[in-house]
Design a protein around this ligand. Structure first.
Ligand SMILES: C[S@@+](CC[C@H](N)C(=O)[O-])C[C@H]1O[C@@H](n2cnc3c(N)ncnc32)[C@H](O)[C@@H]1O
Length: 264
């Protein structure tokens, strides 16, 4: 007797996962608001804006823009285009961003983007590339839409030290030192993150881990030259008995990685 092929074993191409933060949009907007979450405000935006050094003539592309936090903090520019897959976050951006000449689109930035080529002076992917399954088409989109000499800034949770579920803190009781453990690094990983652990309906987002060499390889393949790499530590300070040990560990291990690249 011939068996009917099961749906599971069919040859259909697997669906790309829905990586949008649509289900967590309200929660994310509450955390980020008008001026950003703690690390946007204290670590990321001050230095990112310095590196971008935009002028009133700049044309800025923001891939995975969320509720438009970058546009909420940008000085005046000639053009700003923010793109995100979450309809609700884009609605928040359209409602809350006061920047003149800002436009927002709901789109998947892993797919080709129909916008003028060689157009933007700056592109940013802030805390968003690790929520997309494959960095390659996103970096390729930035390359296609940036003008020659245009700058791309990618901000990541540091891929060498912050691998969800595969890294963390511990204390060496013998030396009384706080250390960082890392279990896995070179293998690509797809990791579910619970946004509201313990809640009745748990909301999950996806995080995708790649080693640093993957990002640099994709940049170079897309025609970028890496012009900068910065590692940003938290500015928080512990108080109390363990503060010396905790502050030292915090100062030693950066939370974020910023890659700066120029389109050649
Ligand atoms: C952690 S949030 C960061 C948002 C914003 N850049 C910020 O710093 O607040 C990650 C964003 O990536 C968006 N995203 C995930 N996959 C996407 C895709 N394929 N295309 C466009 N946006 C995507 C999510 O919807 C979410 O808004």
């Amino acid at each position: 007797m011939q068996r009917r092929p099961s749906r599971r074993s069919s040859n259909r191409t697997p669906r790309t996962p829905d990586t949008s933060w649509q289900k967590s949009a309200d929660q994310y907007h509450k955390i980020v608001g008008q001026s950003g979450h703690y690390y946007h405000k204290h670590v990321i935006l001050p230095r990112l804006l310095e590196i971008m050094n935009v002028s009133p003539n700049s044309r800025v592309l923001d891939l995975g823009c969320g509720q438009g936090i970058l546009a909420r903090q940008l000085p005046p520019v000639a053009e700003y285009l923010g793109i995100d897959l979450s309809k609700s976050l884009i609605e928040q951006a359209r409602r809350g961003v006061k920047l003149q000449n800002a436009e927002f689109l709901v789109k998947d930035v892993t797919k080709p983007i129909e916008q003028p080529k060689d157009h933007f002076t700056h592109a940013v992917i802030m805390l968003a590339l690790q929520n997309m399954e494959d960095p390659q088409p996103v970096i390729q989109n930035a390359a296609t839409l940036l003008q020659k000499g245009g700058q791309l800034c990618i901000i990541l949770n540091h891929p060498s030290f912050r691998i969800p579920r595969q890294s963390g803190w511990n204390i060496d009781e013998r030396t009384k030192q706080q250390y960082r453990w890392v279990n896995r690094y070179l293998s690509p990983l797809k990791i579910p993150i619970e946004m509201n652990p313990g809640a009745y309906r748990v909301k999950t987002t996806w995080s995708f881990h790649f080693p640093l060499q993957k990002y640099v390889t994709e940049l170079v393949t897309a025609g970028f030259v890496v012009t900068g790499l910065e590692e940003w530590a938290s500015d928080k300070e512990s108080v109390g008995k363990a503060s010396r040990m905790e502050n030292r560990a915090r100062d030693e291990f950066p939370l974020f990685l910023c890659l700066v690249a120029e389109k050649r």
